[in-house]
Design a protein around this ligand. Structure first.
Ligand code: PXP
Length: 236
């Protein structure tokens, strides 16, 4: 069964929009776990627009499943991650002005930095994933750099239509095979919702999907626990 990591950043986005104490990401994580989430995903952004450092520390203590910290290669955030010791770190690119992560990490550009950061995270018992555009060159280099997992960016698949969507799905399927052949763990995410997740979940060897926006949006109508349960049912 494909695992579901629920990204709860948008719970914190609602809170930060008024600087209130609610809604509480720790309570949200507990509801996600009750609904069947296999893990909780958070993105500590450089501008701290949603998740705060204190949320990470509390979540690390309180969650019962596993914590996946999405983060950029910002040195301050890397130091924080080493102390926090989440189960997983997923390295993502980050631009201040973007609404959400806009693409995969340019592993070629950051090769030297990754060669230092990945072993440093490993030393602290953290499993390392890299969020990449689904192409073979990125996968081969991620393996060479010592990553344990890759998370394939499904954003293009999510927003395209018709023939373009069909082609993107084929591309994701074929590179997924390469991920497994190289012995990497296969994860995917971004832009997945109740209508487009099944085909990604059905890719042989898929380990985990990280899904946020659509689940939090559905929670407005059915509650968070049920929204997670509904998504989880799609992954059987
Ligand atoms: N995976 C990664 C690496 C991400 O950056 C995000 C967005 O924070 C997600 C998954 C979840 O994307 P969405 O909110 O579109 O489901």
């Amino acid at each position: 069964m494909v695992k579901l990591g629920v990204n709860i950043d948008h719970i914190a986005s609602i809170r930060q929009s008024r600087f209130t104490k609610y809604p509480d990401p720790v309570k949200a994580a507990a509801s996600c776990e009750k609904g069947g989430a296999d893990g909780i995903t958070i993105h500590l952004r450089e501008d701290r627009r949603h998740i705060q450092d204190a949320d990470c520390i509390l979540l690390r203590k309180k969650i019962k499943t596993k914590l996946n910290l999405e983060m950029s290669l910002n040195p301050g955030i890397i130091s924080f991650a080493k102390k926090l010791r989440p189960d997983d770190v997923c390295i993502v690119p980050e631009k201040r002005k973007e609404l959400t992560t806009e693409g995969g990490l340019n592993v070629f550009k950051y090769e030297k930095t990754l060669l230092k950061v990945i072993p440093a995270l490993h030393k602290n018992g953290i499993r390392v994933s890299i969020f990449i555009e689904p192409n073979e060159k990125n996968i081969v280099l991620s393996k060479k750099l010592g990553a344990d997992c890759v998370e394939l960016h499904t954003g293009k698949y999510a927003v395209s239509r018709g023939e373009a969507k069909r082609k993107e799905l084929l591309r994701i399927k074929s590179v997924s095979k390469k991920v497994l052949d190289l012995g990497l763990i296969l994860n995917a995410g971004h832009g997945l919702h109740y209508g487009n997740t099944l085909k990604i979940a059905q890719i042989p060897g898929m380990n985990e999907l990280n899904i946020g926006h659509s689940i939090i949006a559905r929670a407005v109508f059915v509650g968070l626990e049920e929204a997670v349960r509904e998504m989880k049912k799609l992954l059987v």
